[in-house]
Design a protein around this ligand. Structure first.
Ligand code: ADP
Length: 191
């Protein structure tokens, strides 16, 4: 990896693992742009766009939004000038097709992801955290669907990145600040 102010990071972790919170804090620490696919969808929904309305039908069931919609939206965000000195992706890629599309996108610009960080949290904690969070898509049935999709579609990306780029696991248990310090430690020592 090059340096903290110029790198492309892919964050992996199950729903409820705290990726979003940690990525936001890590983005303040590094100055890297935080791109969270879930937030992009929720922004669209708030603004009442067609994309937002389409996506919400999948989100409220805990299903993945179709790749065609998701990949286009994230590609636009990654190509934005605010990402010219790197970015931290959170919630994307979530399956193999999305990971390959990201590779193609970066390869087209003669670059690649530098580092993948996996936030590890046991499933019992994830369910508790999401139920406490109380987002509209945090009902017990939706949570179970999201965890199942994570195991089936997203977990294979752990090996995908482990085989291709620098890969680090971080223990996601403990309070927010504690986990953040661990993440900063890993990032700093990955340089
Ligand atoms: P969480 O990590 O807690 O599941 P997110 O905010 O990352 O929350 O995602 C919320 C929902 O947005 C997902 O359940 C899914 O419906 C949709 N979504 C987010 N990212 C993607 C993606 N890369 N591909 C398909 N759907 C996505």
């Amino acid at each position: 990896m090059k340096n903290l102010t110029y790198c492309r990071i892919v964050l992996l972790g199950p729903p409820g693992s705290g990726k979003g919170t940690q990525a936001q804090m890590l983005s303040e620490f590094t100055g890297l742009k935080h791109i969270a696919s879930g937030n992009l969808f929720r922004d669209h929904l708030r603004r009442g766009t067609e994309l937002g309305t389409k996506a919400s039908k999948f989100m409220e069931k805990g299903l993945l939004v179709p790749d065609r919609i998701t990949i286009k939206m994230v590609t636009e965000a990654v190509l934005d000038s605010s990402c010219s000195s790197g970015f931290m992706l959170d919630g994307f890629p979530r399956n193999l097709a999305q990971a390959e599309s990201l590779d193609d996108l970066l390869q087209g610009r003669n670059s690649a992801a530098d580092l993948s960080l996996l936030l590890v949290v046991p499933e019992a904690h994830l369910i508790r955290r999401m139920l406490n969070r109380g987002r509209p898509d945090d009902t017990i049935d939706t949570i179970k669907t999201r965890l199942k999709i994570f195991r089936q579609e997203t977990e294979p990306l752990i090996d995908y990145y482990r085989d291709r780029i620098q890969f680090e696991e971080i223990d996601g248990l403990g309070d927010i600040e504690e986990v953040q310090l661990r993440m900063r430690g890993v990032l700093t020592s990955s340089l």
